[in-house]
Design a protein around this ligand. Structure first.
Ligand SMILES: [Fe+2]
Ligand SMILES: [Fe+2]
Length: 321
């Protein structure tokens, strides 16, 4: 995974630096992601926050907020002459923001958060920094724009300090409030790689808009969040029926990324969707999960679908053995 993360980040950086318009859409996206991260950090401050940590956590959020402005200010093109770059910037921002929210919503971080909001913050701070470190570094190495290089160096220095802050706080947590950082880091690396792949896909799609006019089942399912929710629940139920409980769980959990609620909140009749799914051949189901994963802008859902798709492959492999 480490190799493919690096490869994807290099490929993304290569594509980004090929055109100042793409660089601008990308920098705006990073800025928007930083802003959401700043808000998520502030939200972790509660009565459970140790008073001696307050100033540093607030400072951390302020740094991310400042990064948002710094990164946007580095855009080499402020006004695009071609409208397609506005669309690119919007779409990149949407998946970037959903990545940040999806990352903070993943199960292991929720578990840490249930120990205390402070523990949730510490585990998040220790792991989310992989994105800037991997993505910004790959781009930093390749860009020829001196102003961007200088600006990114300042941001990267802060990100390294945030990681050190997370490590310092982690040491102060009680044994019960400490969770496996390596495990969260692995998920983060996979999600980060997925984010990079999706960004490449969005950039390429917007560079050649005519080619990708599709009216597929997958694109219609992603038009409304409530429709996507019931369909994901039906997919999960279908996995249960086929004795793939692990896959069902992963899909059910991902409903949180779509609605902010767990599956218990939904009392819906899944019969029509389950009937439709019963006609799917194993190959069709495989292909459908992959297509839906690349269609939805909700990175947390996309990640769950890719995991379920992998689960299907493993299952098929063990059946044929
Ligand atoms: Fe940052
Ligand atoms: Fe940071």
């Amino acid at each position: 995974m480490v190799t493919s993360l690096k490869q994807t980040m290099d490929q993304l950086a290569q594509l980004v630096m090929s055109d100042p318009n793409i660089e601008s859409a990308f920098l705006a996206t990073l800025g928007n992601m930083e802003e959401v991260a700043a808000r998520e950090i502030i939200k972790t401050i509660t009565h459970e926050t140790p008073p001696e940590a307050l100033v540093e956590i607030t400072q951390h959020a302020q740094d991310e907020h400042r990064h948002a402005f710094q990164l946007r200010a580095l855009k080499p093109v402020k006004l695009y002459s071609d409208l397609k770059f506005y669309a690119m910037e919007n779409e990149l921002s949407e998946i970037g923001i959903n990545f940040v929210l999806g990352f903070f919503g993943q199960q292991l971080l929720l578990k840490a958060r249930s120990a205390s909001r402070f523990a949730g913050y510490v585990h998040g701070a220790l792991t989310i920094e992989q994105v800037p470190l991997q993505m910004y570094t790959a781009y930093y190495k390749l860009t020829k724009n001196e102003a961007i290089k200088k600006g990114l160096a300042v941001v990267l220095k802060d990100e390294a300090d945030h990681l050190a802050l997370g490590r310092k706080f982690y040491e102060t947590l009680s044994a019960e409030a400490r969770f496996d950082i390596d495990e969260i880091n692995n998920i983060e690396a996979e999600m980060c790689e997925l984010l990079g792949r999706r960004m490449i896909q969005v950039i390429e799609k917007n560079l050649n808009p005519a080619k990708t006019e599709t009216k597929s089942l997958e694109s219609s399912l992603t038009k409304s969040r409530s429709r996507l929710t019931t369909w994901i629940l039906a997919l999960a139920e279908n996995e249960n029926k086929n004795a793939r409980a692990q896959n069902a769980k992963v899909l059910e959990d991902s409903v949180l990324f779509i609605t902010g609620q767990t599956k218990e909140a939904f009392k819906v009749d899944l019969t029509p969707d389950l009937t439709a799914l019963s006609d799917f051949s194993p190959e069709r189901l495989h292909q459908h999960m992959s297509a839906l994963a690349s269609e939805t802008t909700l990175i947390g859902v996309s990640y769950a679908l890719e995991q379920a798709q992998r689960g299907l492959s493993l299952n098929q492999a063990s059946v044929s053995l």
